[in-house]
Ligand binder design. Sequence first.
Ligand code: ADP
Ligand code: MG
Length: 261
Amino acid sequence: MSEGLLVEARGLVKEYPRGAGVARVVDGVSFSIGKGETLGLVGESGSGKSTVARMLLRLVEPTAGEVRFDGEDVLGARKGELRAMRRKMQIVFQDPYAALNPRMRVSQILAEPFAIHGEKPDCGVEARVLQLLGQVGLEAGALRRYPHEFSGGQRQRINIARALALRPKFLVLDEPVSALDVSVGAQVINLLKDLQASHGLTYLFISHSMPLVRYLCDRVAVMQGGRLVEMGDVEQVCSAPKDAYTQRLIAATPVMPGEGG
Ligand code: ADP
Ligand code: MG
């Protein structure tokens, strides 16, 4: 693995049993993400984006392929090693409510990662939780409240705060604003942009909105039917898409940054 790369995926394949045979939902996907870079992953629903993302974190076990994270072999890692890696790579999902335990207060939700990983921040858990809350633009009063008491945008901020708790290097953002209103989504996108700059984060940003990808990403990879059909500098791909599918995707999304998802 060359220096400067944080994530490297090689020949990723995922097959699921279907009928008497198998369906190959991801078919030989390879890409890398540099430290501090944002790679966009676009494609229509069902093209395999989430499966690729989950395989990077080994939340889904690949049928074949290789994943390296910061030089380490993710798929070959044993339990303890994987646990250590998982602190450094986090995922934020599309549905900001489903990802939060409705019976836990925000204070508990944000303290949970420290308990799970047996880690005590230098400043103490309480102070760190408050700090996280501030980083995502929420007031301290949020701590006592439950997820249902928040708007969708606020819930997604809570998810982002939790993802940041253990100071990860890499965040997978799986359509993080698709379920949100346009203006709320735009605010969350700008928060993600700010957090990336202040924390030196690396992102894989999944979306089916080309304008959003153009706004947030350095490079973009386009998926169709389980394969990467195009990958390159985001401005280059958007201004001169080589693949017919990419051309259709760009033509089909006449929205401003922050809109749709
Ligand atoms: P995307 O995120 O691009 O919408 P997904 O990665 O979620 O696509 O899904 C890609 C394909 O894999 C879809 O056809 C989906 O139905 C299928 N798939 C995803 N997860 C499973 C699973 N656990 N079992 C069987 N098929 C699955
Ligand atoms: Mg998906």
